[in-house]
Design a protein around this ligand. Structure first.
Ligand code: GDP
Ligand code: MG
Length: 392
C-alpha cells in the first residue's frame, strides 16, 4: 500500500485516507511509514467565518498552483463543505474543473466525531497526502470553535479570510483566529467596504504583540474572479521563506528544482569543438537542430549540469551574429525553474528586460525564455522549465 501511495496514484491515496480515518487494521503502521516521507509539502491553512469565500478562494489557489506545475491536496474540514469523499455535492460545482486533473486531490472531513480527535485525523491525512507526493496542501477550516483553531496549527502558513460588512464580527473573531493569522485576506472586495475592514485589521494589529517581526500583510481578493490571487500566493511564499524559513524545495521554486541547468557555448563547428570536451571525458548525450533558432545543439552532461555547444545553421541567426561580433565563447547560462509561466509573468510584471517575447519550446522539448544581459549583470540568462507534456 505504501508503495502504491508513493507512486502518487490517486485511488490508493483515497484508500489510504479511508483506512486511516476509520482507524482500521494497519492504519497506524501506514502513517508511521509515511512519516518518513512526510513534512515535504507546504501546508497552507485557509480559515474564516462561514460564507467568507474560503472554498472559492481555495479553488483559485489550487488553480494557481497547478499553473505553477505543483500538485495539490485539498483538505476541507468544514461541516458545510461542498466536497465529500473527493466528489461534489449539489450545485457546489466550483471544483468540478479539477475532476479531470489528478494533480488536485480533494478530501473533506466532518468536523465532529473524528476518531482520536479532529486535529490528529487531519494531521494524518496531511502526512498521507505528502507521502503521495502532494507538494502543496490547502487546509480549509471554518473559523469557529477551538477544534478548528487547533487544526490550523498544522499549517505552515495561515490565511485568515474576512469580508467587508463584518464590523463587530472582526472584534469577536479576535480572540480566536486573529492571533493565528500570517496573512489576512479581505475577500469580496468587489462589493465595497474593503478599506474599512482593512483599517480595522491594521488597528487591531497595533494591539497584538507579535514575535519575529512578521507583520501579517493584508491582501484584497475577489475569489469569484481570481483577482488578487497572484498577490496572495506570492505573499504565502514570502511568508513561508521569510517567517518560517522553509526550504524552497517545499515551495517548488527553482534552485532546488534543478539549479544550474547548463552552460551554453557558441562554437563555429560542433564537430570541431566536441573533441576537446570528449578528451575531458564528457560525451554528447543529445544532438538536435532547433529550427526556429537556426541552431544546432549538442548536450554534454557534466555532473548535475551540462555543457551545451551551439553552432549556427545560418550566419543570420542569434548565434551567427554572436560569433561574428565576439567570436566563440560563453554565450549564456541557464537555470531551471518549476513554474516557468509564472516566472515569465512575474519578471514581466516587474518590468525586467527580457530577451524573449514569450515562453518557447527548445531542444528536448524543454520550455525556455531568455533574460536580457542588461537585467542580470551582463550575462545572457536562459530560464528553463520542464519539458512540454510534463506536469507543468
Ligand atoms: N461577490 C463575491 N462573492 C463571492 C466572493 N467569494 C466568494 N463569493 C460567494 O460567496 C458565497 C460563499 O462562498 P464559499 O466559498 O462557499 O464560502 P465559505 O463558506 O467561506 O467556503 C458563494 O456564493 C460565492 O460565490 C467574492 O470575492 N465576491
Ligand atoms: Mg467552504
Amino acid at each position: 500500500m505504501l508503495e502504491r501511495l508513493r507512486s502518487g496514484e490517486v485511488r490508493s491515496l483515497a484508500r489510504a485516507i479511508s483506512l486511516v480515518e476509520g482507524r482500521l487494521a494497519g492504519a497506524a503502521e501506514l502513517v508511521k511509514a509515511c512519516r518518513e516521507y512526510g513534512g515535504t509539502g507546504l501546508r497552507v491553512g485557509v480559515t474564516g467565518p462561514p460564507g467568507a469565500g474560503k472554498s472559492t478562494l481555495v479553488d483559485q489557489m489550487a488553480r494557481w498552483l497547478r499553473q505553477d506545475g505543483l500538485t495539490v491536496g485539498v483538505l476541507a474540514v468544514d461541516p458545510s463543505s461542498p466536497y465529500t469523499g473527493g466528489a461534489l455535492l449539489g450545485d457546489r460545482i466550483r471544483m468540478q474543473g479539477f475532476s479531470e486533473d489528478p494533480g488536485v486531490y480533494i478530501r473533506s472531513m466532518a468536523s465532529r466525531g473524528a476518531m482520536g480527535g479532529l486535529t490528529r485525523a487531519a494531521e494524518e491525512v496531511c502526512t498521507l497526502m505528502e507521502a503521495a507526493g502532494r507538494q502543496t496542501i490547502l487546509i480549509e477550516t471554518v473559523g469557529v470553535g477551538q477544534d478548528e483553531v487547533d487544526v490550523i496549527g498544522l499549517a505552515d502558513v495561515t490565511v485568515v479570510v474576512l469580508v467587508p460588512g463584518m464590523g463587530d464580527e472582526v472584534q469577536s473573531l479576535k480572540a480566536g483566529i486573529m492571533e493565528v493569522a500570517d496573512i489576512f485576506v479581505v475577500n469580496k472586495s468587489d462589493g465595497g467596504g474593503a478599506e474599512r475592514v482593512e483599517s480595522e485589521i491594521l488597528a487591531m494589529q497595533g494591539l497584538t504583540e507579535r514575535r519575529g517581526g512578521w507583520v501579517p500583510p493584508v491582501v484584497r481578493t475577489v475569489a469569484t474572479t481570481g483577482e488578487g490571487v497572484v498577490e496572495l500566493m506570492e505573499t504565502v511564499r514570502r511568508c513561508a521563506t521569510e517567517k518560517k524559513g522553509l526550504r524552497t524545495r517545499r515551495l517548488g521554486l527553482g534552485a532546488a528544482g534543478g539549479g544550474l541547468d547548463h552552460l551554453g557555448i557558441a562554437v563555429r563547428s560542433i564537430a570541431a569543438a566536441r573533441g576537446f570536451y570528449e578528451a575531458l571525458g564528457l560525451t554528447v548525450s543529445h544532438e538536435e537542430t532547433v529550427e526556429h533558432e537556426k541552431v544546432k545543439t549538442a548536450m554534454l552532461p557534466l555532473g548535475a549540469t551540462r555543457i551545451e555547444l551551439l553552432e549556427p545553421t545560418e550566419d543570420d541567426s542569434t548565434i551567427g551574429r554572436f560569433l561574428a561580433k565576439r567570436g566563440e565563447g560563453l554565450h549564456h547560462i541557464a537555470v531551471h525553474v518549476e513554474g516557468i509561466d509564472e516566472m515569465f509573468r512575474r519578471l514581466t510584471a516587474q518590468g525586467i528586460r527580457l530577451a524573449s517575447d514569450g515562453v518557447r519550446v527548445g531542444a528536448g522539448g524543454h520550455r525556455y525564455f531568455f533574460v536580457h544581459p542588461a537585467s542580470t549583470g551582463g550575462v545572457l540568462l536562459e530560464i528553463v522549465g520542464n519539458a512540454t507534456g510534463s506536469a507543468e
